[in-house]
Design a protein around this ligand. Structure first.
Ligand code: NAD
Length: 502
């Protein structure tokens, strides 16, 4: 059985902790290894390494920092198969899904390769007589990243390629449930030529997170995970004077207008609600057909498609959907289905009886479809984070829009329609961070920024794109006065770089 240690200076580092947690293969429901859980002392030791390494890295020309990112990108492409295999074993998602998330992470590295251009400041000549002004962006120092289980490759890569390219040191605390890929990717980063100590992975749970939040050696914290924990991290981190961005939970609605291309809307819902077993913060978990006729057509078309989804382990190349991450998560999803039934929602497709041969102890559940869900039900209000799609029927477009705007989460949403006027109205008036028109999961490409509104994001900055550069740097504005013109008789000594004249 493997034992995943921390990663410091590119090497496994044990620390002093005796505590470990099991790494479970969710398709088998059994432990396949252990991960070390850091103590506060371990975290402090890793931060000391980062703090010492950071100034030299910050002084390295941006083009040289970018060169590391170019090499890192190539190494990830080279190791794609190995990484996807490990990722699927620990997370449960299919191999194409695992490769897809690594590819999206690589796109952020490619964005970070442009850091010399991205860090270019602004300059104004002659803001007053003989006075020029310019602004530059400098690294914040040591940045900590705390990441969730559902994208163990992509979400850390949303953070540290940009943080590092900006000249920061970075300490990653990945989810303890699937830590092997973040550690392996960290080794590849070292291989790409990053100086030792600039990047570390510290594994752990609440004790490690609290140590990062409280340490005076952490200047900024990027968090991605659930809303309850994100709010805690934002409150505790900012109280300690740190810059914090916390990207959190979601309940994403897809509105289907009567004129929508129904086949395309159904395709979109199948992929976005059931891909990765619904364990995506941009998963669509609520479909809002407008009008009874649209709703009847939508539910009738969804039913056979959901029933046909193949639920299987990632080792089966025909699998559409793997298991969910843990027994606790499966129990939580089952309890939500009970709550929906108790409140009178109609369970049109019931995935609870799904069995996967040879994987009887795995945490599998088939796709579920609820119709006649109302906005007062817990299955509508709360994030289930599983393959459960709720249909909430709206009488008209205004009611559908209001529903999205009234929800406490504001991560993503989409509208399916052929009407450009309606689509434009929706994109302008909806209170959501990422909006799709006939695009079900409007995840921005790496050079735009990812982030929600309302209780889906605490802090001022979204992640990656220019917002990532802004989060990971501090702005400095410099005003200079130099006498104009070169006076007759002035002597400039250019060869030594020092003026030897008194
Ligand atoms: P989680 O909040 O349980 O864990 C996230 C991180 O916080 C992990 O590293 C974990 O070790 C740490 N953590 C857990 N409990 C803690 C505690 N009590 N104190 C301090 N740290 C703690 O989230 P998860 O279950 O791993 O991931 C799923 C959640 O992440 C979902 O809510 C999903 O919507 C969200 N998510 C959001 C985005 C986004 O961009 N908005 C992206 C991916 C996932």
């Amino acid at each position: 059985m493997k034992l995943i240690e921390h990663l410091v200076a590119g090497k496994a580092w044990r620390g002093k902790s005796e505590r470990t947690a099991d790494i479970i293969n969710p398709a088998l429901g059994k432990s396949i290894g252990k991960v070390r859980l850091a103590t506060k002392e371990d975290v402090d030791a890793v931060l000391e390494v980062a703090r010492k390494a950071q100034p030299k890295w910050a002084a390295t020309p941006p083009a040289k920092r970018a060169a590391v990112m170019f090499a890192f990108r190539d190494l990830l492409n080279k190791h794609m198969d190995e990484l996807a295999q490990t990722l699927s074993e620990e997370h449960g998602k299919t191999i194409p899904d695992a490769k897809g998330e690594i590819a999206r992470g690589i796109e952020v590295i490619e964005f970070a390769c442009g850091i010399p251009h991205l860090l270019k400041g602004e300059f104004s000549e002659q803001v007053a007589s003989q006075i020029d002004s310019f602004s530059i962006r400098q690294p914040v120092g040591v940045v900590a990243g705390i990441t969730p289980f559902n994208f163990p490759a992509m979400v850390p890569l949303w953070m540290y390629p940009i943080a590092l390219a900006c000249g920061n040191a970075f300490v990653l605390k990945p989810s303890e449930r699937d830590p092997s890929v973040p550690v392996r990717v960290g080794q590849l980063l070292q291989e790409a030529g990053l100086p030792e100590g600039v990047f570390s992975v510290v594994n752990g749970d609440k004790e490690a997170v609290d140590a990062l939040l409280d340490s005076p050696h952490v200047d900024a914290v990027s968090f991605v995970g659930s809303t309850a924990i994100g709010h805690y991290i934002y409150s505790r981190g900012t109280a300690a004077g740190k810059r914090v961005q916390a990207l959190c939970g979601a309940k994403n609605h897809l509105i289907v207008l009567p004129d929508a291309d129904m086949d395309k809307a159904v395709d979109a819902l199948i992929g976005s609600a059931f891909g990765s077993a619904g364990e995506r913060c941009m998963a669509i978990s609520v479909a809002v057909p407008v009008g009874e006729d649209t709703a009847d057509r939508l539910v009738a078309a969804l039913k056979p498609r959901i029933e046909a989804l193949k639920v299987a382990a990632c080792s089966d190349p025909n699998s559409d959907m793997g298991p969910v991450i843990s027994r606790q998560s499966l129990d939580r999803i089952l309890s939500y289905i009970d709550q929906g039934l108790e409140k009178g929602a109609k369970l049109i497709v019931d995935g609870r009886s799904v069995k996967v041969s040879g994987h009887e102890d795995g945490y599998f559940i088939g796709g579920c479809l609820f119709d006649r869900v109302t906005t007062d039900m817990s299955i509508y209000k709360e994030e289930i984070f599983g393959p459960v799609l709720a249909v909430v029927r709206a009488k008209d477009y205004e009611e559908a829009l209001q529903m999205v705007n009234d929800h406490e989460y504001g991560n993503g949403t989409a509208i399916f329609t052929r009407d450009g006027d309606a689509a434009r109205d929706f994109t302008m008036r909806v209170k959501i961070g990422m909006v799709g028109v006939n695009v079900p999961i409007p995840v921005p490409v790496a050079y735009f920024s990812f982030g929600g509104w309302k209780r889906s994001l605490f802090g001022d900055h979204s992640i990656h794109g220019m917002e990532g550069v802004r989060f990971n740097t501090r702005l400095k504005t410099i005003t200079t006065r130099w006498p104009s013109g070169i006076k007759e008789g002035a002597v400039f000594n250019f060869h030594s770089g020092h003026d030897t004249k008194a």
